[in-house]
Design a binder for this molecule. Structure first.
Ligand code: SAM
Length: 275
């Protein structure tokens, strides 16, 4: 991967790669992300447990590829990445039911991660790790091709105004990036309570040739799809009589390198420049 010349984000905006493959990627423009403070207890838990269970995507251009086996201290276990885990309500409810799976939660919002960290520690849930950063950047820069068994995106920000649709995380480029990071047979699971976003996702459902759209439900899905709890955002939607729409895809058996001229095919993250 080429070393980016310009590594500073604009203001508080997270670092953004530039993809030159003709697909659409979320364009966040000048969006600044919620910050928020931690309670004294959360700070204590963070100091004690984050160094082992957490990582941050930084502006350091050095190779940040995650050594999954080293981080979880075990070899050969499936790994699922959850993007936008919020406070981690469903993350920490699902993880004990899939103890043989490594769960990595990605979130921009530190207080959300602090809640998930606290709940994991208190609940003795050992198969969750966390990354603070933008899910698209994390996928692109921290995970090699065909390194993940699953990706989950539950109740992504709907960006309801038409002029903000370009900020939505589900775009043709993100679906392609996810597909390249999934192993053949890997699963992508997305849920939304927002009708317009559901239509948007439906339109893109068959756009990525490396993802075989399975719809919902998919009885033979090899992974847990029940979130076990109603998350804060899911609950807000249900209170407004929103319908929950769920989407499942399976990564095809095709070779990524043959299908994607932009991919480097050596297991390292796709070459991109960072602006
Ligand atoms: C509507 S909330 C849903 C949270 C959680 N999945 C739930 O169901 O309660 C969306 C979350 O995604 C996070 N988020 C938005 N864009 C993100 C990105 N590019 N990478 C990582 N997290 C992101 C936000 O900070 C927020 O916590």
């Amino acid at each position: 991967m080429s070393i980016p010349e310009k590594t500073q984000p604009h203001g508080r905006r997270p670092l953004q790669s530039e993809f030159n493959d003709g697909r659409d990627y979320p364009r966040l423009g000048s969006v600044s992300f919620r910050r928020g403070t931690l309670t004294e207890n959360q700070e204590k838990t963070w100091e004690e447990h984050w160094p082992q269970r957490g990582r941050e995507l930084t502006n350091d251009p050095a190779d940040q590829t995650i050594d999954i086996a080293g981080w979880f201290g075990r070899e050969g276990h499936p790994t699922i990445l959850e993007i936008g885990s919020g406070t981690g309500t469903s993350t920490v409810a699902m993880a004990p039911l899939e103890p043989d799976t490594n769960i990595i939660a990605v979130e921009l919002y530190r207080p959300g991660l602090a809640k998930l960290l606290g709940a994991s520690v208190r609940g003795g849930v050992d198969n969750i790790r966390m990354i603070k950063g933008d899910g698209v950047e994390v996928l692109n820069r921290m995970f090699p091709e065909a390194s993940l068994d699953g990706v989950r995106i539950f109740f992504p920000d709907p960006w309801p105004k038409a002029r903000h649709h370009k900020r939505r995380i589900i775009q043709s480029g993100t679906l392609h990036l996810i597909a390249t990071r999934l192993k053949p047979g890997g699963v992508l699971h997305v849920a939304t309570d927002h009708a317009d976003y559901a239509d948007w996702i439906t339109e893109l459902a068959t756009a990525e040739p490396l993802l075989d759209y399975k719809g919902w439900p998919w009885a033979e899905c090899p992974q847990l799809t029940d979130r076990q709890v109603i998350t804060k955002f899911e609950g807000k939607g249900l209170q407004k009589d929103h319908t929950i729409a769920e989407f499942l895809w399976q990564r095809t058996a095709d070779n990524v390198a043959e299908d994607t001229p932009d991919s480097v095919g050596d297991g390292s993250p796709s070459a991109t420049t960072v602006t």
